[in-house]
Design a protein around this ligand. Structure first.
Ligand code: THG
Length: 609
């Protein structure tokens, strides 16, 4: 195959138009579909009336489409099960791709090669609502994609997506398929933004981009269906200004109008052309096509447009972020820090621990919501409790928090099985807490492939075989070792890594740990200087274990202040209890500063406080 990725860089490519709209004009009878029980199953036409499918393809190829979509939008077992023909998923997918490939070959010339995109629809189930498990969805997609690949698809388009978790299941299937077959074809991922401005599950375009951008199998990202181009404009603009990946757009022929229960689409080919010209020339969209209601006339217009206009050279501003299913939150904010609420932690909150033990899941979720109200930008979540099944507890909590919590989650567990359970049920982009080098590479070898697979970021603690590093040099040296392995061996990027330079408590007054605060702060400075793309985080409350509550708040706040000055990006704190320095009385501030910097004027303060 000619390198599609290179062609995309050179010129605008045009997808075909609506499959259903075209089939409707062919006035097919139930017999054409293979009987009443299959009427409306467009995918079965691949077998019952392939000439109808060929006709769709030849219409769009004649109109000038560079890429045609297979008639396999619903050829997964999940969808075919509604017609009782789920066992045909692989075969129909393969035959669908083969028909399209034959037609594409017929129309291909050296100057104008034609390509086949294996169409992969959203199915009829939403995993974020618990309609189906991640694994069942993954397996169904895997089978559909295997058929498409074996039938000759040149690329995949995971399209009309409603739920980020559905997309993640499809991407995991594609990753596994490419690994098993030792091939790799381009993958377009295209979400559907409803008229109200989000995906069906409530996902903003920014959250979708944050969750999908880390997947290196995605070649292009975009939008299709639900509305016409006019309604898409703001979100398309967002993608073209933000996305590191090329941008795709395939609108309907306008907003559908419901006439007697049938959708009618009114946007003319000229109007579609005008909008898409703007998207290409002014915004930088590089692949276009038509969704519901578009015809060969629409595609003819786009094809002639593509030969006269080239995409605007985009510049984009990408901010490494985490995301909930709803919205995206940067991993650095001004003023710093990103506040990570600490209370949904069985080790860090008696209340949360008791709710977990009583299995009061909804009240546990309400503690998450409370922290968001208090100003947390993200939430740390830890459900570990000796003697309980942590995987099951994580399942109970994460499936609820996935849709109930608006801010991104930080998955805090030492067990990789628990981490995977969380990532499989989390639609947004999580941060995994954490990896370290206590047992050398072992923990990284388990956790980093999961972060890669699900697109998560990860917190790395400066601990190695000798234990928790105490000096700035040792903390820095461990960080460098982790960066080297994470990037060069496990395919992570520096911006996916968040370093925690850890501190022992200063509250014990223990001689050995007097320098702990300074060393932690200076290690942050060293890491940020050498690796500005990496982020840094601290569990701030650790510093003050052993002190009385008031002293803890003061010491935590002062320590946080100086850590931020050194370049700290994120802080795990009790959001409601962090005070700005000016709110702390002069004496408390001075005392705390002397403890943090080991200035030793108040020899006994730590203990006395
Ligand atoms: N680094 C990273 N992750 C972390 C930590 C870290 N996760 C856990 C912990 N440290 C950060 N979280 C907390 C949570 C609560 C407290 C301290 C750290 C805490 N809780 C009070 C107590 O125990 O006295 C409140 C108890 C209650 O409400 O019952 O101090 O360093 N990456």
């Amino acid at each position: 195959m000619m390198d599609l990725q290179n062609i995309i860089r050179e010129r605008v490519l045009v997808f075909d138009g609506a499959t259903g709209t075209n089939l409707q004009t062919q006035n097919l009878t139930p017999d054409d579909f293979g009987g009443e029980h299959l009427a409306g199953c467009n995918e079965y036409l691949i077998r019952s009336k392939p000439s109808a499918v060929e006709r769709v393809h030849s219409d769009y190829l004649s109109a000038g489409a560079d890429i045609i979509e297979t008639d396999t939008f619903g050829s997964s077992s999940i969808v075919l099960a509604e017609y009782g023909i789920e066992s045909l998923a692989y075969e129909l997918s393969k035959e669908g791709a083969a028909i399209a490939k034959r037609m594409a070959k017929e129309f291909s010339t050296k100057e104008k090669p034609r390509f086949v995109a294996g169409s992969i629809g959203p199915t009829t189930k939403l995993p974020s609502l618990g309609h189906i498990t991640f694994d069942a969805m993954h397996n169904s997609y895997y089978e559909q994609m295997a058929g498409l690949l074996d039938g000759g698809a040149d690329l995949f388009i995971i399209e009309t997506c409603q739920d980020l978790l559905q997309i993640k299941a499809a991407l995991a299937a594609a990753q596994d398929l490419f690994r098993d077959k030792r091939v790799r074809i381009p993958v377009i991922t295209s979400v559907t933004i409803e008229t109200m401005g989000t995906m069906l599950m409530g996902t903003e375009i920014g959250a979708a981009l944050t969750a999908l951008e880390p997947y290196d199998i995605i070649s292009m990202i975009g939008m299709n269906c639900a509305t016409g181009p006019k309604e898409m404009e703001e979100n398309v603009r967002y993608l073209t200004q933000t996305s590191p990946l090329p941008v795709f757009c395939m609108p309907n022929a306008g907003l559908p109008e419901n006439i007697g229960g049938v959708a009618h689409y009114h946007l003319t080919p000229e109007e579609l052309e005008r909008h898409m010209k703007h998207f290409i020339a002014d915004l930088g969209v590089s692949v276009v096509g038509g969704c519901c209601g578009t015809t060969k006339e629409h595609i003819g217009r786009l094809a002639s447009l593509a030969s006269t206009v080239s995409p605007k050279q985009r510049t984009f501003e990408w901010t490494p972020s985490a995301a909930s299913i709803y919205s995206s939150v940067p991993m650095h904010v001004e003023p710093a820090p990103v506040i990570v609420g600490e209370r949904c932690n069985t080790n860090g909150s008696k209340k949360f621990r008791e709710l977990l033990l009583a299995e009061e899941w909804d009240t546990a979720v309400s503690m998450a919501k409370e922290q968001v109200k208090e100003g947390a930008h993200m939430l740390d979540l830890c459900v570990a409790y000796v003697g309980r099944d942590e995987v099951r507890d994580m399942h109970e909590v994460i499936t609820r928090m996935n849709t109930a919590v608006t801010v991104p989650l930080v998955i805090d567990s030492t067990e990789y099985q628990v981490i995977e359970e969380a990532l499989k049920h989390y639609a947004g982009r999580a941060i995994v807490n954490s990896i370290n080098m206590e047992d050398g590479e072992e923990r990284m070898a388990h956790v980093l492939p999961l972060c890669k697979k699900y697109g998560a970021a990860v917190i790395a603690l400066t601990i190695d075989e000798d234990g928790m590093a105490k000096t700035r040099e040792k903390k820095f040296q461990i960080a460098e070792r982790i960066i080297d392995l994470s990037v060069n061996k496990y395919g992570m990027r520096e911006e996916d890594l968040v370093f925690d330079t850890l501190t022992f408590t200063l509250g014990s007054g223990d001689e050995e740990f007097r320098k702990a605060g300074i060393e932690t702060i200076e290690a942050i400075r060293m890491i940020k200087q050498a690796h500005p793309k990496c982020k840094t985080i601290l569990g701030v409350s650790n510093i003050s274990f052993g002190l009385n509550p008031h002293s803890r708040h003061v010491l935590n706040s002062v320590f946080l202040h100086y850590a931020i000055e050194a370049g700290l990006d994120m802080a795990i704190v009790h959001a409601a209890k962090i005070m700005p320095l000016h709110k702390i009385d002069e004496r408390g501030r001075e005392l705390a500063k002397q403890i943090v910097f080991d200035e030793r004027i108040f020899e006994e303060v730590a203990v006395a406080a």
